[in-house]
Design a protein around this ligand. Structure first.
Ligand SMILES: *[C@@H]1O[C@H](CO)[C@@H](O)[C@H](O)[C@H]1NC(C)=O
Ligand SMILES: *[C@@H]1O[C@H](CO)[C@@H](O)[C@H](O)[C@H]1NC(C)=O
Length: 346
């Protein structure tokens, strides 16, 4: 309850008074979102005995979301993930972006869509909510005006769809949106996700340098700690990596460019299972390696590996990597990104 009192207080205090919390509910399945960063605040799911838990990490107040560096639940853009040296060249023009991750741009830059107050376009509590945002020419250094739309929709009593759309109005620009939700199927406050089982339907990754910028290579996962083609525990080989998983997987369905299954995650303690489909070529698998004593919902402290992210996306730094699928969208064209999650127990 505390979390909502705090939010209500902040709604009253916020300039313009236009930050709100919106619930979607179908049967017992419910989520809460806010137009601040088009952010997912909570997802309530039953375990195999019918006990409900909130399975996404988050903060207690909008102030924490605005000051935070974790992107909990946020919709990130204009270009999700990293752009090396905060610059790229398009049609002969060099664009300088805002650097917010060493010399690189992360999740759009210093402003980023995740720190914007979006407009509530349409809200039906038993089905969906649509947020819109108009990103101006030059925002964080990107070219051209872009209108952006994201819809969160409950389908049946076990599926959540996230539909993202963006239209450049006057200049070609890279667009790569992502939903940055941190999942812990045992409950957001249950500890780490290392005993969750994951399957990733991806036989290649895009390796990165020490600044987490892709080298441009696309390499097979077979025989390495990155191989999750068969379901296994996230923690089973994590000690072979310096920090944990934070890598873009090349989805096996990429070349087909249609809706593909990406991943299955299962927590044997609660029985909760999550499956994910998308139309995107990649997914960033991140195991909260940089979360260190972050004060979250109800004052709970999140530690390293407290959650996992499956950020479906185009490949990182694609604007500077000629062999990666292009993210350039021209005026008149529409960027479309769909994710569907299905939640069950077993
Ligand atoms: C903002 O976040 C930083 C850490 O990222 C923290 O040190 C600081 O206390 C926070 N400020 C407020 C006002 O919450
Ligand atoms: C950023 O670039 C400058 C100039 O090349 C370099 O001296 C500095 O070490 C870089 N910083 C990081 C964090 O990589």
């Amino acid at each position: 309850m505390l979390v909502f009192l705090v939010f209500n207080l902040l709604i009253q205090l916020s300039r313009g008074g236009d930050i709100g919390i919106y619930e979607l509910k179908k049967g017992d399945f419910s989520i809460k979102v806010t137009n601040y960063g088009a952010t997912v605040l909570s997802v309530m799911l039953p375990d195999r005995n019918g006990k409900f838990d909130d399975v996404v990490l988050g903060y207690d107040s909008i102030k924490d979301y605005s000051n935070g560096t974790t992107y909990f639940g946020a919709l990130v853009g204009r270009v999700a993930n990293r752009i090396g040296n905060a610059r790229f060249t398009l049609n002969g023009v060099v664009y300088h972006l805002s650097a917010n991750d060493g010399n690189n741009t992360l999740h759009g830059g210093k402003k980023g869509f995740s720190k914007m107050v979006w407009t509530v376009e349409d809200y039906q509590a038993n089905s969906h909510i649509t947020f819109t945002y108009n990103s101006p020419d030059g925002e964080d250094g990107f070219p051209g005006d872009v209108s952006v739309e994201v819809t969160y929709m409950l389908m049946d009593t076990d599926k959540l769809a996230i539909k993202m759309k963006a239209k450049p109005k006057n200049k070609a620009t890279p667009i790569n949106l992502a939903s940055h939700t941190y999942w812990n199927l045992a409950g957001h406050n249950s500890g780490d996700i290392l005993s969750h089982t994951i399957q990733l339907l991806a036989s290649k990754i895009t390796p990165v340098n020490k600044h987490l910028i892709p080298t441009g290579q696309i390499v097979p996962v077979a025989g390495t700690a990155y191989d999750f083609l068969q379901a296994r525990e996230i923690g089973s080989r994590i000690s072979e990596l310096s920090d944990g998983y934070d890598i873009n997987y090349v989805l096996d369905g990429t070349s087909k460019k249609h809706f593909n299954k990406v991943a299955m995650v299962h927590d044997s303690k609660s029985g909760r299972k999550m499956e994910l489909w998308t139309n995107q070529p990649g997914v960033q698998f991140y195991t909260s390696n940089m979360i260190a004593s972050v004060k979250g919902k109800f004052g709970f402290i999140y530690h390293k590996h407290a959650g996992l992210c499956l950020e479906t996306q185009g490949f990182p730094d694609a604007v500077n990597q000629p062999n990666f699928p292009s993210q350039i969208v021209n005026p008149g064209a529409t960027y479309e990104h769909i994710m569907v999650y299905r939640f069950t127990t077993e």
